[in-house]
Design a protein around this ligand. Structure first.
Ligand SMILES: Nc1ncnc2c1ncn2[C@@H]1O[C@H](COP(=O)(O)OP(=O)(O)OP(=O)(O)O)[C@@H](O)[C@H]1O
Ligand SMILES: Nc1ncnc2c1ncn2[C@@H]1O[C@H](COP(=O)(O)OP(=O)(O)OP(=O)(O)O)[C@@H](O)[C@H]1O
Ligand SMILES: [Mg+2]
Ligand SMILES: [Mg+2]
Lengths: 266, 266
């Protein structure tokens, strides 16, 4: 079976979508079969992977609420080995629907995504992918909790800016709550430092701070601030396709190698 | 009475907190009495204004859930004329509590903040401030809806990056829903372009696009990407205090002038 990882951080704009899409594309480029699940009502991962929102019939909403079969909500991308479960407008209302006891039983509301992807607690994932990366919205709401309950591990993008470290405590607390209550084997696979800008003193300070506080959890690979990464979404493609030789692409390929290394020797 | 404005955009990391804090500080520097309400569980506005989270007794949570008197949740800042209702950890659970029908009546769950600040629909705000700026979390959840129902108008920070425009449609749809259902006079006071980087082609393209699509709604003032703005939060102060002469401070002072102009001739 494959592994499911949530890409999460409730702090906004730290590179969650950029990491889910580009780490996904980098893993696909080395032969892994990868599925990106867009669990953010904004649908940025869907757009970054070139899927037009108007063309979407079945979306991640149907995994959460409709208990639909995974295979029926998967879309192709232009990249070999890379697939996506797109987001849709319906996701905006998903949280309130999960909390509506007439629709979803109270004890099931955190596990709808887990049951749709795995069929139940502790079941291995056998959906025909090596890796599933779930792009989470910028909050610790029921959508993100569903992603945590469904995942084997979590990848945390951390922007090299002051405010970034502040939210990490809350995120780690939420992960611990999930571990203690429902999912004891959930772990953080790693923390990836994003938008690192060598010319900005603050970037280096935050990176040093993060390594001091989090140690091994922080990947060696730094994702640099690189304009090609910001331009690629407007062309509906990952940066690896938009400009394979730029520093942005090279850093995500390096991250994929480090990610796979951690997967082999946890 | 004074005016209440929500600073909102569900896209993460676009400069909501930076705008609430620095527009607030700039209005205070020209003699307006300003209150920043931190409605984000992350509490970044609280930290940016130098308030230590451990010192917080009463927070914005108590306005939402506890129906507490506004005066009892206000903290001072180091800046004259600038006050803050801090955020606290309790806000993380606020949304689920608002949706719990044993705690809050269904028809009241969107109006708790409005009733705490104004005492009811259509009532003028008479809390002793010229302006209240509510810093919203990066989502269109019940906290943000409470902010919209309580506000006279909305200020929308828009980052000069591709993904930024994509989410705007959803935001404007949500605002229209609120206008039609409960708050017909709610309006967008303006859209402020943030993190504008003259050396990046994409920045100029997004700015032009935004002005083409939104016209007058977009303020003339552009907020440049400026490292002093990113450094100021680590010193617990607005950039106007940290480095009053930098381009970041000057742009927020200019924005405050334009904001006041719009307030006079709507
Ligand atoms: N390394 C980078 N260099 C330059 N720009 C980047 C980089 N990573 C991300 N960006 C840009 O920064 C913005 C925020 O990134 P992204 O949307 O991936 O963050 P997010 O955490 O998914 O945001 P949200 O909280 O809204 O979901 C986007 O415009 C993106 O293109
Ligand atoms: N004009 C600017 N120049 C440089 N950095 C900026 C600028 N505006 C904001 N920043 C930095 O960008 C990051 C995101 O800004 P901010 O936290 O204000 O966004 P936000 O929309 O409030 O985020 P969230 O969605 O998490 O609430 C912060 O680290 C902030 O210091
Ligand atoms: Mg995202
Ligand atoms: Mg904020």
């Amino acid at each position: 079976g494959g592994r499911i990882l949530a890409v999460a951080n409730q702090k906004g704009g730290v590179g969650k979508t950029t990491t889910a899409v580009n780490l996904g594309a980098a893993l696909a480029s080395v032969g892994r079969r990868v599925l990106v699940v867009d669990l953010d009502p904004q649908g940025n991962a869907t757009t970054n992977l070139g899927v037009l929102k108007n063309d979407v019939e079945k979306s991640s909403y149907w995994l959460l609420i409709g208990n639909t079969d995974l295979q029926s909500v998967i879309s192709d991308t232009a990249i070999e080995n890379l697939y996506v479960v797109p987001s849709s407008e319906e996701l905006v209302g998903a949280e309130a629907e999960l909390l509506d006891e007439d629709l979803v039983l109270k004890e099931k509301r955190r596990f709808m995504m887990r049951d749709a992807l795995r069929g139940g607690a502790g079941h291995p994932f056998s959906g025909g992918f090596d890796y599933v990366l779930i792009d989470c919205p910028p909050s610790l709401n029921l959508l993100t909790v569903n992603a945590f309950a469904a995942s084997d591990a979590i990848v945390v993008p951390l922007q090299c800016e002051f405010l970034a470290l502040e939210g990490l405590k809350q995120l780690l607390q939420t992960i611990n709550l999930i571990k203690k209550s429902v999912h004891p084997t959930l772990e953080v696979q790693g923390v990836v430092l994003t938008m690192f800008d060598r010319s900005v003193k603050l970037s280096g300070e935050v990176a040093d701070d993060a390594r001091e506080q989090l140690g091994y959890l922080v990947y060696d690979t730094l994702i640099p601030r690189n304009v090609k990464i910001a331009e690629a979404p407007s062309h509906g493609m990952p940066v690896l396709q938009y400009d394979p030789a730029c520093s942005g692409s090279r850093s995500y390929i390096k991250l994929a190698a480090e990610f796979l290394q951690r997967e082999q020797d946890p």
